[in-house]
Each structure stands twice: as structure tokens, then as C-alpha cells.
Design a protein around this ligand. Structure first.
Ligand code: NAD
Ligand code: UDP
Length: 323
């Protein structure tokens, strides 16, 4: 039996939704984990259960500032606000995080010889003209719109990873993540699954933006983390889509959430934000072929634990509480 090699792994954005699940997974496998976060959208509470774990350390730092001198074997670079309301709060700060964060992390990887993975996004495809989206599609992105700070920031980060690989020999991995949900999303995150579930649990109107006919493909967090770990262990140095190909309209998602929560929420329609992609669905044939990966959790199955998480996290509205 091969002997186990304990790695030291840096997770930037480790206190966030995806980062904290990744830290759990890596610690569970016996590795040392350094979680670096500035707590912009993440929470110390996501790491509370590791407080006494000698293999776990938390570093409070901004990834856009010069990084501490660390010796690590692997880096998962997740630090970046992911929800449109958060990344649009300060577009300049989002671009700083995407660009300077990538440079700092890549410099650290080159210095230490660590393998480094970028958490990129399906947003690099923008409002796609090709459906579903394969990795070879170059995208349809507005560089001058509300989403540009994030979409173009991630595209530039991918370009930086590519440049560092070619010029400085960085050992890179790039994952293009499609909409992922699950426990530990913050109630005020602002993305659609958390908004709909929180609204439903409080019997507040479900806020559909636009007419609800736009689509997204929702991946459960455990499936995604499995894909992260497989990609990191692989020799695939080009971008890989990870997501669940099941495609749903926002109207369908709202109906499912209402049914599963037993909510009495009405639907309310709000204006569609500018540049909101019409459709999104990953082509995951590359991940299936090269990583032997495909998602196993259906939207209905994944919404169960997600709703249970929000039941604990949100206080019922006065109306529901008085029933
Ligand atoms: P999240 O907001 O929960 O986590 C982001 C984490 O990064 C937070 O803990 C936040 O405090 C931290 N952070 C932000 N800016 C930072 C900075 N400058 N320095 C240090 N820490 C910083 O979001 P998430 O859903 O967990 O997303 C994690 C990563 O995955 C992001 O890079 C995001 O772009 C990418 N991604 C996520 C999804 C998804 O559906 N969840 C989809 C595509 C891409
Ligand atoms: N959306 C919605 N109601 C909400 C939040 C989002 O209808 O309360 C829509 C949003 O306009 C988009 C889809 O849901 O069409 C997914 O939005 P999210 O912010 O979760 O992710 P992204 O647009 O970045 O894929």
C-alpha cells in the first residue's frame, strides 16, 4: 500500500461557502490546511469546528496585498466575492482581488513550487451564443457592463495563469465553476438559491428577476468539491468545466423551492439586471473523460440539506413565527 503523504495546502477564500467545504475535505484526508481570507463575504463560523485542529490555521489577509512567506505544496485560489450584489459593491476592489490576487498567488506558487488551481467561472462565457458551453467556446462578454469587473477579472486571472505557466513554469489548474449551491451559503449572499430559499422560509415574496425564463444549471457543493480534488490530482493544465448539466428556468426553481419548503410565498417579478445571461449549461464531457467526474446529486436532493441549513440560519418572519 502506498504511504500517505501529508501535504500543506493553502486555500484562499477558505472561510467562504466553497472554500470552507474544501477545507473540510482536505483536513478529512489528513492534510494540513491554511485558510487565507479577509472575511469580506466569508465567516469565521465556517471554521469553528476546526478551532482545536492542529492541522488547521486561519490567516486573516487580503489576497490582493503581498502574501506572507508560506511554504505550501498546493494552492486552491478561491478568494473573490462570487455573488453579483457583492462583486458589484466595489468593482474596483473586485478587479484588484481578481488581478493582484492571481499575481500574488502565482508568485507564491512559483517561489514554492506549489501546484495552483484557479477557481474561475462559467461567467467567462458571458451571455453565451453557444449552448451548452464547452471549454473551447471563447464567450460573449461585455467588458463595459455591470458584470465586467467579475467576468473580465476572472478572464484576466485565467490569462495570468496561462502566462505564468508558459513563462515561469507554474504548475496550473483552472476550474470553470457553474452555479453551485449548498449549506453554508450566507442568507444575505444575494444569489438565486439562497434568496429563494430564505424568502420561501419567511413566506416573503419570491423575487424573480425578469420573466423567470432565463436558465441556470445548479451543482451541489459536494459534487463540485469532488471535482476540485480530482482536477488538482490530475495532469490537466487547461480549463475544465465543473457543473451539473441539469438546466432549470428561474420559474421552475422558484416552484421547486416553494413546494419543498411548504411556503405560502407569492411570486414577485423585479426588473432583470443588465447583461444577465439568458441561458447557462455546462458541457462536462471534458471532466467526464479526463477526470472520470460527473455530478451525482440532483437539484431536488441537494435542496434538502440546503433548505435545512437555512432553516437554522434564518429567523422566521413575524407572520410565520406567530402561526
Ligand atoms: P463566497 O463569497 O462564499 O467566498 C469567497 C471567499 O473569498 C469569502 O470567504 C471572502 O471573504 C473571500 N475573499 C473575497 N475577497 C478576498 C480578498 N481580497 N482577500 C481574501 N479573501 C477574500 O463565494 P463562493 O461561492 O464560495 O466562491 C468561491 C470562489 O469560487 C470564488 O472565486 C468564485 O468566483 C468562484 N465561483 C463560485 C461559484 C458558485 O456558484 N459558488 C461559481 C463560479 C465561480
Ligand atoms: N435571480 C432571481 N432572483 C434573485 C436572484 C437572482 O431571479 O433573487 C436570477 C438572476 O437574475 C439570474 C439567476 O437568477 O438570472 C441566477 O442568479 P445568481 O445571482 O444566482 O447567479 P448568476 O447570475 O451569477 O449566474
Amino acid at each position: 500500500m502506498p504511504s500517505f503523504h501529508q501535504k500543506t495546502v493553502l486555500v484562499t477564500g477558505g472561510a467562504g461557502f466553497l472554500g470552507s467545504h474544501l477545507c473540510d475535505r482536505l483536513l478529512g484526508e489528513g492534510h494540513k490546511v491554511l485558510s487565507l481570507d479577509n472575511f469580506h463575504t466569508g465567516s469565521r463560523l465556517n471554521h469553528l469546528h476546526h478551532a482545536d485542529n492542529p492541522d488547521f490555521s486561519l490567516i486573516e489577509a487580503d489576497v490582493a496585498d503581498p502574501l506572507p512567506h508560506l511554504q505550501v505544496d498546493e494552492i486552491y485560489h478561491l478568494a473573490c466575492p462570487a455573488s453579483p450584489p457583492h462583486y458589484q459593491e466595489s468593482p474596483v476592489s473586485t478587479l484588484r482581488t481578481c488581478l493582484l490576487g492571481a499575481i500574488n498567488v502565482l508568485d507564491l506558487a512559483v517561489r514554492t513550487g506549489a501546484r495552483v488551481m484557479l477557481a474561475s467561472t462559467s461567467e467567462v462565457y458571458g451571455d453565451p451564443l453557444v449552448h451548452p458551453q464547452p471549454e473551447g467556446y471563447f464567450g460573449n462578454v461585455n467588458s463595459f457592463g455591470e458584470r465586467a469587473c467579475y467576468d473580465e477579472g476572472k478572464r484576466a486571472a485565467e490569462a495570468l495563469f496561462h502566462a505564468y505557466a508558459g513563462e515561469k513554469g507554474a504548475d496550473i489548474r483552472i476550474v470553470r465553476i457553474f452555479n453551485t449551491y449548498g449549506p453554508r451559503m450566507q442568507p444575505d449572499d444575494g444569489r438565486v438559491v439562497s434568496n429563494f430559499v430564505v424568502e420561501a422560509l419567511q413566506d416573503q415574496p419570491i423575487t424573480i428577476y425578469g420573466d423567470g425564463s432565463q436558465t441556470r444549471s445548479f451543482c451541489y457543493v459536494d459534487d463540485l468539491i469532488e471535482g476540485f480534488v480530482r482536477l488538482m490530482a490530475s495532469d490537466v493544465r487547461t480549463p475544465v468545466n465543473l457543473g451539473n448539466p441539469g438546466e432549470f428556468t428561474m420559474t421552475e426553481l422558484a416552484a421547486l423551492v416553494v413546494a419543498m419548503t411548504g411556503s405560502r410565498s407569492p411570486i414577485s417579478y423585479l426588473p432583470l439586471p443588465a447583461d444577465d445571461p439568458r441561458r447557462r449549461q455546462p458541457d462536462i464531457s471534458k471532466a467526464e473523460r479526463l477526470l472520470g467526474w460527473k455530478p451525482t446529486v440532483s437539484l431536488e436532493a441537494g435542496l434538502g440539506p440546503t433548505i435545512a441549513h437555512f432553516r437554522k440560519a434564518v429567523v422566521p418572519s413575524t407572520a410565520s413565527a406567530s402561526l
